[in-house]
Design a protein around this ligand. Structure first.
Ligand code: SF4
Length: 477
């Protein structure tokens, strides 16, 4: 069963927020976010708590509180974060009472904590992902000069993930029309290249009622695009004792009144069920987009990655998804040059990509992550060979993406205008139901609205369209 932070503990955090707010005098806070959508969602919670504490959110290293919310998935991203933290020493010199906190996945690494303590003494505290709900207590402690405040979740120098769920934190969402809603935390899968399970703890799912309450709130606030988040959403519910799986949860979310689209990420192929695909197919509120990370087309490499599916079972899911949703948009993640990947293994990946015909791909050259089993594996492939494979994969996918995008030209689609554009003469950007990017022109007041868009051009990466004014009244709500 999932375990929860007690109401008494949450009450203590609320009391800390009030006490910080009472001494706050228009001070500022900056949450600098790196990494995935889960980090974006965590940052929105931390921003919510900072706002309750009276801080004015800003975008400056000179803020009175600076939180660097970090990602630990790639070592080179970690090095960049150390560069950012290093530069903050100047801000701290200008304002010695500034509070600097390193939060997120890197905060769960004992070695990072040691390095910060030793070499980045201007950083006041480190907070891992499982304890960011204790931010109010931490900030109050730092303001009151309590040195132990900086030691949250560290017992005898060892970082102990808090494997409980905290409900009832305030949230300050970045966009009014888009919301990330975490449905579960942590991961049990231990893919051999991935550090996440060591840093975010074991899987735990929120109760469906808490999720639905949050969905009703964001929809009432005008949100049109909701992404349900988890490291492996398909194993949602295994620990709630409610008897609901992820497909059941999706169906319940879709029953909430309102005009909105539901997306989800990330799906693990080993836990993706035909029931989930049927639920998507039968419900127009669930976006026709399946991001199903395959990582490799070679069964031998999938086994070494500890992914627990093979190319055949993966293709079976893809073919079923295409059968029940002919308009499904398919995307995936692929790692090129995993330790021991041969040319034959790589050709299996090319074959699978040709068969699936993804709309787009997130491709990465394997990068070693200390602390994972893959970091200890023999890796005889040269960087030149890896980059040659990577280029061949990109070339294949680019041709497929362009072909698929061209199929949109001449069609009129319902799309959500989601922000200001940055493409040539087009001042707005929108997303199709399947998540394809459209550049278009129109009044900024349309941001956050569904509009009918006539597609006029296609490139490998995006579409160009015009708002169909004739249909507008029929589509806009
Ligand atoms: S499913 Fe695998 S890749 Fe995804 S977070 Fe869990 S261990 Fe990492």
């Amino acid at each position: 069963m999932s375990k929860f932070v007690t109401e008494r503990e949450m009450e203590f955090q609320r009391e800390c927020m009030k006490r910080v707010a009472a001494r706050n005098n228009g001070q500022t806070a900056f949450v600098d976010t790196y990494g995935c959508q889960q980090n974006e969602a965590d940052s929105e919670r931390m921003s919510g708590m900072l706002t309750e504490m009276g801080y004015v959110l800003c975008n400056s290293d000179d803020a009175d509180v600076v939180i660097i919310n970090t990602c630990a998935v790639r070592e080179n991203a970690e090095n960049r974060v150390f560069g950012v933290i290093g530069r903050l020493v100047h801000a701290k010199r200008r304002n010695p009472s500034q509070i600097i906190i390193l939060a997120g996945c890197m905060g769960g690494e004992a070695s990072v904590r040691e390095k910060i303590k030793k070499s980045y003494r201007h950083v006041d505290a480190v907070l891992d992902t499982t304890s960011f709900w204790r931010l109010p207590e931490l900030i109050l402690g730092l303001l009151e000069g309590d040195e132990r405040a900086a030691e949250i979740n560290t017992v005898g120098g060892v970082v102990e993930p808090d494997s409980r769920i905290a409900e009832g934190m305030p949230v300050s969402r970045l966009y009014p029309h888009k919301a990330w809603v975490s449905i579960m935390y942590g991961c049990n899968n231990f893919c051999s290249y991935c550090i996440v399970p060591y840093l975010r703890g074991r899987e735990r799912s929120r109760n469906s009622e808490d999720i639905l309450k949050e969905i009703r709130e964001v929809v009432a606030d005008g949100c049109k695009d909701i992404t349900l988040l988890g490291q492996n959403v398909n194993s949602y519910g295994e620990m709630t004792g409610e008897g609901l799986d992820f497909a059941d949860l999706l169906a319940k979310v879709a029953e909430v009144d309102g005009d909105f689209l539901i997306r989800f990420m990330t799906s693990h192929p080993k836990d993706t069920s035909k029931k989930l695909l049927d639920t998507m197919a039968s419900n127009p509120k669930i976006a026709r987009h399946l991001h199903l990370p395959v990582q490799s087309g070679s069964d031998r490499i999938l086994k070494i990655m500890n992914r627990r599916y093979n190319a055949e079972s993966y293709m079976e899911l893809i073919n079923y998804a295409k059968k029940v949703m002919p308009d499904i948009v398919l995307t995936s993640d692929i790692i090129v040059g995993f330790p021991g990947e041969t040319e034959q293994d790589f050709e299996q990946t090319l074959k699978l990509v040709s068969e699936v015909e993804y709309d787009s791909l997130f491709t990465f050259i394997y990068s070693k992550r200390e602390g994972t089993p893959a970091a200890e594996m023999e890796d005889p492939t040269t960087p030149e060979e890896k980059s040659d494979r990577f280029n061949r994969l990109i070339e294949l996918q680019n041709a497929i993406s362009l072909k698929k995008h061209k199929e949109y030209v001449g069609k009129t689609l319902r799309a959500l205008v989601d922000g200001e554009g940055r493409q040539g003469d087009h001042n707005l950007s929108a997303r199709t139901n399947g998540g394809r990017l459209i550049h278009l022109s129109g009044d900024k007041s349309l941001i956050g609205e569904f509009v009918p868009v006539h597609i006029t051009q296609a490139t490998t990466w995006s579409l160009v369209g015009e708002i169909d004014k004739g249909l507008m009244n029929g589509v806009r709500k």
